[in-house]
Design a protein around this ligand. Sequence first.
Ligand code: S3P
Length: 443
Amino acid sequence: MGTSENIQSFRKLTSGGKLFGKVCVPGDKSISHRALLLGAIAEGTTTINGLLPSEDPLSTAECLRAMGVKISPIKKGQTVHVEGVGLDGFKEPEVILDCGNSGTTMRLILGLLVGKKNRHFVLTGDKSLCRRPMERVGRPLRLMGGKVQGRSNGNLAPLSVTGQQLHGAVIGTPVASAQVKSAILLAALTAEGPTTVIEPAHSRDHTERMLRAFGAQIEIGGEMGRHIHLTPGATLKSQSIVVPGDISSAAFWLVAGSLIPGSNLIVENVGLNPTRTGILDVLEQMGANIEVINVKDIAGEPVGDIQVMHTANLRPFNIDAEIIPRLVDEVPILTVAACYCEGVSKIKGASELRVKETDRLSVMTRQLRKMGANIEEHSDGLIVKGVSRLNGAELSSETDHRVAMSLGIASIVALNDSTMIGSDAASVSYPDFWNDLDRLRIQ
Ligand code: S3P
């Protein structure tokens, strides 16, 4: 069981100080999962540099190992080797596949398993994951002939999959979710006939980019490029992958550097895929002092460094359904930012936040109110009225990694010290977060 469930971890959070220096955020979580998964179903050995060595990708690696995929140890700074078993190579696991806290692991692996004929699989996860909706993946996979069952009419894990010969389909997804889109595309690799996924809005496109790099036949078309068309039949060939830093982890430093007086930070090697950079647009709306430098293309993904300096009098911002897929994981830290903007910020069209690792709209409201924040919670968003200063409080991550880190940043700018239970949840996506914070901080 991951430390995300270790609500007992405790941290004293002192207020004050400024942040100064350079920080290299760990590898992108979404790209890390995909590198392991595509490496596993390719022919040959895939090498991965910069893979995120945190709990979520480790869950993906453990599930793959249980199905006979050889993966070298995943340690910070070490190249990871994945010995691909080919598109039909997974062996029937003798154990239940444990996806831990990771929705990406469960949903993407479901897509890979439904087409593995004559094999049976059972997937589960921690308490949080067993509460998250899986029917959004089960339903389209059933349209392709998949057999997925679970609690609550197939919506909740533990889930059971009996591998079938799938057929291609044209599938419109009701939510712009990269996890749903990716599960369908992975299933489509072994279906009979082509599959088209049509999204209501663009979600992150790492799966499409990486599938193409591995040799899959994938075309993007339709109105606004929202039709993703996959024709099965190609053999996937092992690749050498370089994972850029995670912009969702960089976001904590970008907001912290903007809010904390006297701060000046350079966040290095950040992935700048346009389907992920909504946070930069919002920081611009706020009038933050952000500069993107040294942009280059690394292994098919744009990457750069981001310099951020403190800005007084940040402006409030408005975000809605259109931009949410491009910053869905950054809403908790943006809520902290909104508390310090001069005026009223509005977050709308964000009901997806309610089905993340926790109900992030509720949890952020509950925790930040303890600090004196002025937040109105709505079914699909938040209205936040900036205050001059938050107070220290007894906080809890409520087991959510992004909540832990967001509150960690809020507590620096607060008037007095705070405490947090469940601070170790950060290791789900950013194991060195608290060390980096201590290192960058000058009192
Ligand atoms: C992810 C997609 C997003 C995001 C999650 C990672 C991915 O979820 O919130 O942290 O790697 O595909 P949805 O696709 O469900 O919005």
